[in-house]
Design a protein around this ligand. Structure first.
Ligand code: NAI
Length: 349
């Protein structure tokens, strides 16, 4: 069914407040989730509300966290999130990183003891909107086989990048380092759809098309994706003193405990490296050139990273955002959660 952006945001915010978050935190989490659904990233939107609500209600996301922010050097800082809502922590840490990069040219802000923060594009776009270039990366629970392995070791460890142009276009490259994010499997399950055999393996290590039989995900491009997910784990985990690789907490095993995840924002102020206006013009030129590149047969046209999400959001502004009926029914209900996630294995629905 279709709902307006405003209705979706309000329903999610109300649900999070009912689950125990204060209004500010509920606003921030709902805003990041609405961003995801509005861009067509349904794997990281409303589909997650019930899980987060169960975790908040059971204490595994600190409802009233005591955040601490410590600037550790001219361009470095660490944000301790006290296992509060990851979306709010990552948003506040990006605000700090932007502020620091305005003064110092670059800023690296680590976040430790946080919970899941959703679609990372939201945070890097905050920087691009203020004429900065940004990267963000974070840990997630072990789901991907190391290259050549049969058991999960690293998470889907995403990386996002954003840059401004001289017009209203923003580049947002935002990807899991697995062929697909786990949420895409979740999305396929919620719609009873099959998946391509290149995404995941079953318990025997063989490729599977059955979303319900997924045992582990595959890294992008074999050893290259495997190397990238290791890099993300070191930069957003080991660097911040939180558990690494296979020791990263499970999303579902114990919803009463904080997840102790790590995330890292890197913000670069182009004005400290080159002429800002020229930099932005060059990005515009790049995008214009890409848009006039010839498309191979079957591709129609060339898109820049993030463009398809923008096109989707324009369509959704006209027709409403597409939401699975069951999710909408849950959002409009008085229920906080249905006890569906606690104790499940990592590949729970
Ligand atoms: P995706 O595969 O849908 O897209 C990856 C990138 O490719 C995007 O930047 C997209 O704009 C670009 N792209 C897609 N099709 C394109 C085309 N035809 N031409 C040009 N560019 C194109 O993204 P993925 O890997 O499924 O990730 C989805 C979301 O999941 C992201 O927002 C990511 O941050 C989030 N995620 C969050 C995790 C967490 O623990 N917080 C874990 C894993 C993923």
């Amino acid at each position: 069914m279709r709902v307006s952006k405003e209705e979706l945001f309000n329903l999610m915010k109300q649900k999070f407040m009912k689950a125990g978050l204060n209004e500010g935190a509920a606003h921030d989490v709902a805003d990041v989730l609405t961003y995801a659904d509005h861009r067509g990233i349904h794997s990281h939107g409303a589909v997650r509300v019930e899980y987060y609500s169960e975790r908040i209600a059971k204490g595994g996301i600190t409802a009233n966290p005591n955040y601490t922010f410590e600037q550790t050097g001219p361009a470095s800082a660490v944000f301790d999130g006290d296992n509060g809502p990851g979306h709010q922590i990552a948003k506040q840490a990006m605000e700090k990183a932007i502020e620091m990069a305005k003064k110092s040219g670059v800023a690296v802000v680590g976040m430790k003891h946080i919970s899941h923060s959703g679609a990372l594009g939201y945070f890097v776009e905050m920087a691009a909107e203020q004429d900065m270039v940004a990267l963000s990366m974070c840990q997630s629970d072990p789901m991907a086989v190391p290259f050549g392995g049969t058991e999960p070791y690293f998470g889907t460890n995403p990386i996002a990048f954003s840059a401004p142009s001289a017009d209203d276009r923003i580049i947002t490259f935002d990807m899991a380092t697995t062929v697909q994010a786990w949420g895409k499997i979740l999305d396929a399950r919620s719609k009873n759809e099959s998946i391509p055999d290149t995404w995941a393996v079953d318990a025997t290590g063989a490729p599977t098309t059955n979303a319900r039989e997924v045992h582990a995900l595959l890294p992008i491009s074999g050893p290259k994706g495997y190397g990238l997910m290791m890099m993300v784990d070191i930069l957003s985990g080991s660097l911040l003193g939180v558990p690494h690789g296979v020791h990263v907490s499970s999303m579902y095993q114990d919803l009463t405990k904080g997840r102790d995840l790590g995330q890292l924002h890197i913000v670069i102020n182009p004005a400290y490296f080159t002429d800002l206006a020229a930099f932005k013009r060059q990005i515009t030129t790049m995008l214009n050139e890409l848009k006039t590149q010839p498309a191979a047969e079957g591709y129609g046209e060339i898109y820049y990273p993030g463009e398809r999400g923008i096109l989707r959001s324009k369509e959704y502004d006209e027709d409403g955002i597409e939401i699975v009926d069951d999710i909408y029914n849950y959002l409009v209900s008085d229920d906080i959660h249905y006890d569906r996630y606690h104790g499940k294995n990592r590949f729970a629905e």
